[in-house]
Ligand binder design. Structure first.
Ligand code: GLY
Length: 372
C-alpha cells in the first residue's frame, strides 16, 4: 500500500496515525467536526489512535434533533435537524459558524472533518470561508467520501434543493483513509461508495472494470486495493484539471441524470443515497452512450447485468420522472440550459461535453423504467 501525493496535499492510506500527528502539530486549536454516526462509531477509536489530547468537538445532530457540541469536559444540546443530505445546507453552516465563534476558532485553528461526504463537504466549506479560511483535514469514514468526495477540493452545500449549488474549491491539508471505519457502515452505504469506484473504472480504466465484473458482492476485506486504485485514477484527473474546465468533466459520468434524480428525491424528502442515484444515472447514460456510438444490445446487456448484482432498481414514477427532466435542465454543469453529457466510447474511454437531444434523455429514463 502506498500513500498518494497530490501537489498540495497527501492522501495517507498507510501509517495514517503518525502522519496525522505530524500534520496537526502546529495548530493553536483543533476542532473535530462529526455527525452523530461518526461520533458513535469512530470518535473513540480516532482519539485513541491519534493520541490527540487537546481538542474541541462539534457534532451535527441525529434525526431526533439532538445535537451536542462539547469539549472534553462540557457539553450542551441544541435543536437542529439531522445530518443527512437534506441538512447539508446554509442553515447547518450557520450552526457550524456559531460553534466556531463559541469555540474561539481563528485562522490558526485546524478543523478535522471526521465523517462522510456531508461532513467533509460542509465542514470543508465552513473552514474555507470562516474568517476567509482556515486549514482543514479530511478523515473520511464512508467509502463514498474515501474514494470520491474528499479527493479533489470540491466543497459546498445544497441550496434550495439543488445539489452542491453553493461552494468553493479548496484543498485540505491532508486526507487520511482508515479502512477499518468501513466496518461500521450498512450495506447500503457501502454500495453508495462502490458506485463511484464503478464510475472510475468505467470511465478511466478497463482493468479495474474487469476486476469489478469478477465480484459478486462487496467484500470489505478486499476493498482497500480498490480504494487505492480508485483514488489514483481520480488524482490523475483532478491534478490536470482541478477546476473542472475540461478533463475533470469525465468524472461527471452518471451524474447529469444522477444529480437530477437525487435532487428530485431530496425535494420530496425521500431517502436515496448518492451512489444509488449515480448508479441509476450511469445505467441511463450507458443507454445514451449506446445511442450515441451505436453500441450493440449485448454491450448494454453485459453492463446491465453488472449493475444488477449491486444495485436494486429505484422508483422513477411519473412525478419523479418529470422532475428529473426539469432538474437536468438546471444542472450546474450545463452551458446555458443545455445539458452536457460524458458518454462511454467504450468501457475505460469517454468523451465529454456531448449534447444529447431531450428525446434521447426521455428514452434513457424510460429504458431504465422498463428494462432494468
Ligand atoms: N465527484 C466528481 C468530482 O470530484 O469532480
Amino acid at each position: 500500500m502506498k500513500n498518494i501525493r497530490l501537489p498540495n496535499y497527501s492522501i495517507y492510506l498507510d501509517d495514517q496515525w503518525n502522519n496525522l500527528r505530524e500534520s496537526i502539530k502546529d495548530y493553536s486549536k483543533i476542532i473535530i467536526l462529526m455527525d452523530i454516526n461518526s461520533r458513535i462509531y469512530c470518535l473513540e477509536e480516532f482519539l485513541i489512535l491519534s493520541e490527540i489530547k487537546k481538542y474541541e468537538t462539534i457534532v451535527i445532530p441525529d434525526k431526533d434533533g439532538n445535537c451536542c457540541s462539547d469539549n472534553k469536559t462540557t457539553s450542551d444540546t441544541n435543536k437542529i435537524p439531522n445530518c443527512m443530505e437534506q441538512y447539508k445546507n446554509l442553515d447547518t453552516c450557520q450552526f457550524i459558524f456559531d460553534e466556531f465563534i463559541r469555540l474561539g476558532a481563528d485562522r490558526h485553528s485546524l478543523l478535522i472533518n471526521l465523517g462522510g461526504g456531508v461532513v467533509c463537504d460542509m465542514g470543508g466549506f465552513c473552514a474555507a470561508t470562516f474568517m476567509r479560511g482556515f486549514d482543514f483535514i479530511h478523515f473520511p469514514t464512508t467509502l463514498l467520501s474515501q474514494v470520491d468526495g474528499s479527493v479533489g477540493g470540491k466543497l459546498g452545500v445544497n441550496f434550495k434543493g439543488y445539489k452542491n449549488l453553493v461552494g468553493v474549491f479548496k484543498d485540505p491539508i491532508d486526507i487520511f483513509i482508515f479502512d477499518k471505519f468501513l466496518e461500521s457502515l450498512p450495506e447500503r452505504e457501502l454500495r453508495s461508495g462502490f458506485a463511484e469506484i464503478i464510475k472510475h473504472a468505467m470511465t478511466l480504466n478497463y482493468n479495474l472494470w474487469d476486476q469489478i465484473t469478477d465480484m459478486d458482492k462487496i467484500d470489505i476485506k478486499l476493498l482497500l486495493p480498490l480504494i487505492e486504485k480508485s483514488i489514483v485514477l481520480k488524482k490523475q484527473i483532478v491534478q490536470t484539471d482541478p477546476f473542472e474546465k475540461g478533463k475533470r468533466k469525465i468524472l461527471n459520468f452518471g451524474h447529469t441524470i444522477g444529480h437530477g434524480i437525487e435532487t428530485a428525491y431530496l425535494k420530496r424528502q425521500l431517502r436515496i443515497t448518492h451512489g444509488e442515484a449515480v448508479a441509476a444515472g450511469m445505467i441511463m447514460e450507458c443507454y445514451l452512450s449506446k445511442l450515441y456510438y451505436n453500441h450493440t444490445e449485448e454491450w448494454m446487456e453485459k453492463i446491465l447485468n453488472e449493475f444488477r448484482k449491486f444495485f436494486p432498481k429505484i422508483d422513477l414514477s411519473d412525478e419523479i420522472y418529470n422532475e428529473v427532466l426539469e432538474n437536468i435542465k438546471l444542472d450546474k454543469k450545463n452551458i446555458g440550459r443545455e445539458p452536457l453529457f460524458t458518454l462511454l466510447l467504450e468501457v475505460g474511454n469517454v468523451e465529454y461535453d456531448l449534447k444529447v437531444p431531450i428525446g434521447s434523455i426521455k428514452d434513457a429514463i424510460n429504458f431504465y423504467r422498463t428494462d432494468y
